[in-house]
Design a binder for this molecule. Sequence first.
Ligand code: NDP
Length: 306
Amino acid sequence: MDKIFDLAIIGSGPAGMTAAIYAKRAGLDVLMFEGSAPGGKLVKTFEIDNWPGEPNISGVSLAMKMYEHTTNLEVQTEYTKVISIKNEHVKELHTEDGRVFYTKALIIASGTIENMMNIPGEEAMIGKGVSFCAVCDGAFYREKDVVVIGGGNSALEEAVYLTQFARQVTIVIRRDVFRGDLQAQERALANPKIKVIRSHIPVEVLHEIKVTGLKIRSVVDGTEEVLPCDGIFPYIGATPSTQCIHDLGITDKEGYMIVNEKMETKIPGIYGAGDVVVKPLRQIVTAVNDGAIAAQTAFHYIKEFE
Ligand code: NDP
């Protein structure tokens, strides 16, 4: 018989890593899955100003500190994606590289993936001027003009980040107001390199071999204009990464996991944590809160497991 882990955790962002730390310290045999790099959205975040005790820390540094914490505790990590889950008494996890793992309990902390604009030219230009990660790609835009789409905290923060490289950063928002918080708005608006175009939506990525511009349309009078630019960074929200659990009936119509205050789904032994669950505030602090509670709930479930 293959090994049966006490607890498997899908995702190694703040929620998943916190769950792993709590579960390991409670004496559980823990397996954590990561499809790309540990840290989740942290590694794509330039600066974090609201992690208590660290007034200003880079996302990569915080991710590395959390990851080292898990490795110090000898949490086993598998770098592969779980693509399907068979919910028997012991849960069966199938990975994209063809392996199967068994676990008594499962925490899904798989986070979200960035939404695309779904406009002509976008997909073809990914990596050639369209980027979803300013921290990863910002340095390619030294003294160039870039456009950021969206008015949430991500767009505002990443626009400010991009000003250290770019000549000019134009933020395009579809309403006349931002969605992001006041502090982030003030910081962006105070930056002389940032220009804002309100009440416009993106309609086409213009390109030759690389991006040459973005066509935008006014939502007020329908007029169109072209913003010549070298880079386009869409930050227009995200979609939960829950493809592997769609048929388990534990997600809402948008794909977010439905959990109670103990992070339990309606399936015994399956829990959700972090950005992937239905919640009013998606932050690092709320993700780590979820991870700790999910691990504690799983611990009690495993102790009763026969
Ligand atoms: P949000 O959902 O907060 O913002 C998305 C933005 O994109 C909105 O301005 C929205 O416009 C716009 N938008 C959505 N779809 C389109 C479209 N098709 N075309 C043009 N514009 C579009 O997403 P974020 O990723 O910014 O943030 C997600 C969560 O993470 C939030 O809760 C946020 O507070 C949190 N966060 C916190 C941070 C921090 O505290 N340090 C950092 C980053 C994120 P509209 O407003 O009109 O809907």
